[in-house]
Design a protein around this ligand. Structure first.
Ligand SMILES: NC(=O)c1ccc[n+]([C@@H]2O[C@H](COP(=O)([O-])OP(=O)(O)OC[C@H]3O[C@@H](n4cnc5c(N)ncnc54)[C@H](O)[C@@H]3O)[C@@H](O)[C@H]2O)c1
Ligand SMILES: [Fe+2]
Length: 395
């Protein structure tokens, strides 16, 4: 049944393919800018990826205005404010993020501070707080997971309060996203696995949470099929360019899906455990996804049953009686989780992820205050969150 009302918006131009990155200067020129700041991190530099970016500019006559390549994994409002200073000092006129969700979200934060002519990101936390037009913004994702290259959201840590702050506005969408398999091929197996499970969580939460709609459903469904067919391949053989391209596309589709339908408790718990225990976002997603699907089943059984088709394939779907399909979907998510543990040791539970048990209460408290919980099919209070966390601890 269609929702009685919904909105869907995604204005990001996508360039996908080997050497797609070489079109970056052309795209910037089309946006009317010529001195971008590149925002990235040390891991991306160490993987040798900046050479592709520089090579694209070398043959173009366009100059890079500044490079900030020291975004930390749990980027904060302080880092954002510092980069805004570099942007202004170097007379930059556009932002190019090269990296995973951390540099991308940090770059979104920089765009807020620059465009709103502020020096303090924290003034803009929340939804629809931005009013001014943004600087031209291009994203080159180097992980295949967050989908941040096509989302209206940014997640950035507030270091004083030790929580992740959410920012959401249609003004935060990048203008262009460039998916070039050369940029993800260097990802080690455990990062490939974790970020891939983030993409799967976006697609599955998008398909089952309260703001689901036909357009988000279509993106989510297609993304789940591609992830199921390609994530283990990309983890097993990082040089498999087809699997890398498929994962990059799937992650983008899952991003477009959840940017419109939003996520739920899997992300609420993931943001909280990430802020408090510093475990990577994708790792947290992998741990919480099957438990979140199970928790909401009372309201979402029909949708979870439908997901058996993209996740398990036609044969698996048709041979399974209708009333057992939802349970089977969750079993297959668990199997994928186990497969990734066998391939690269991706933790299956919070204990394996190194989360101290005495932190569970503070994680539960933070999770019930996370904005994404608003869109979860069932309510979750602190006691429910503790039950879920205890289940996630040693499962
Ligand atoms: N804005 C959104 O819509 C959204 C959605 C989900 C997650 N997030 C946020 O994204 C962040 C996580 O992003 P992430 O999972 O992409 O990880 P990340 O950006 O933190 O990167 C993880 C590690 O991988 C390295 N790396 C990245 N690309 C590489 C490559 N190609 N080769 C080798 N190493 C590489 C990085 O240097 C880093 O050490 C979290 O802060 C999370 O909250 C945002
Ligand atoms: Fe996520």
């Amino acid at each position: 049944m269609l929702p009685s009302y919904y909105e869907f918006f995604n204005p990001v131009k996508i360039l996908s393919g080997n050497k797609a990155l070489d079109n970056l200067p052309y795209e910037l020129d089309q946006l009317g800018v010529s001195r971008p700041i590149i925002v990235s991190d040390k891991g991306v530099v160490k993987a040798g990826l900046m050479k592709h970016v520089k090579a694209a500019f070398d043959s173009s006559g366009m100059t890079i205005g500044a490079i900030f390549d020291d975004v930390p994994p749990d980027s904060s409002s302080k880092v954002v404010n510092d980069i805004a200073v570099v942007y202004r000092e170097n007379g930059c006129d556009a932002i190019v993020a090269v990296g995973g969700g951390s540099p991308i979200d940090t770059a979104k934060g920089v765009n807020i501070v620059i465009s709103e002519n502020s020096d303090n990101l924290m003034e803009f936390e929340g939804a629809d707080r931005l009013k001014k037009p943004m600087q031209p913004f291009v994203v080159i994702p180097t992980t295949a997971g967050t989908g941040s290259e096509v989302t209206l959201a940014a997640v950035i840590k507030n270091t004083e309060k030790n929580v992740k702050m959410g920012f959401a506005s249609h003004l935060l969408f990048p203008k262009v996203a460039i998916l070039d398999p050369r940029m993800t091929i260097t990802m080690p197996p455990h990062i490939t696995a974790a970020t891939g499970m983030d993409a799967l969580s976006h697609a599955m939460e998008s398909y089952t949470c309260l703001q689901k709609n036909p357009l988000s459903d279509a993106y989510a469904f297609a993304a789940i099929k591609m992830i199921s067919e390609n994530l283990p391949k990309a983890v097993e053989d990082g040089n498999d360019e087809d699997a890398r391209s498929a994962m990059a596309n799937a992650s983008t589709m899952a991003g477009a899906a959840f940017s419109n339908s939003m996520c739920g408790m899997v992300h609420a718990l993931g943001h909280s455990v990430g802020a408090i225990c510093h475990i990577p976002h994708g790792m947290a997603m992998s741990i919480f996804l099957p438990i979140g699907l199970e928790y909401n089943l009372e309201k979402t059984e029909k949708y979870v049953a439908e997901l058996l088709l993209p996740l398990g394939g036609m044969e698996e779907y048709t041979k399974m009686p209708e009333e057992r399909r939802a349970a089977r979907t969750i079993v297959l998510v668990r199997k994928l989780q186990q497969n990734l543990y066998d391939l690269c040791g991706l933790p299956r539970n919070l204990k394996e992820a190194g989360v101290p048990r005495n932190k569970l209460e503070s994680i539960a408290q933070a999770a019930i205050n996370d904005g994404t919980l608003t869109f979860n099919p069932l309510e979750m209070d602190e006691k429910d969150a503790m039950n879920v966390l205890n289940e996630a601890y040693t499962w």
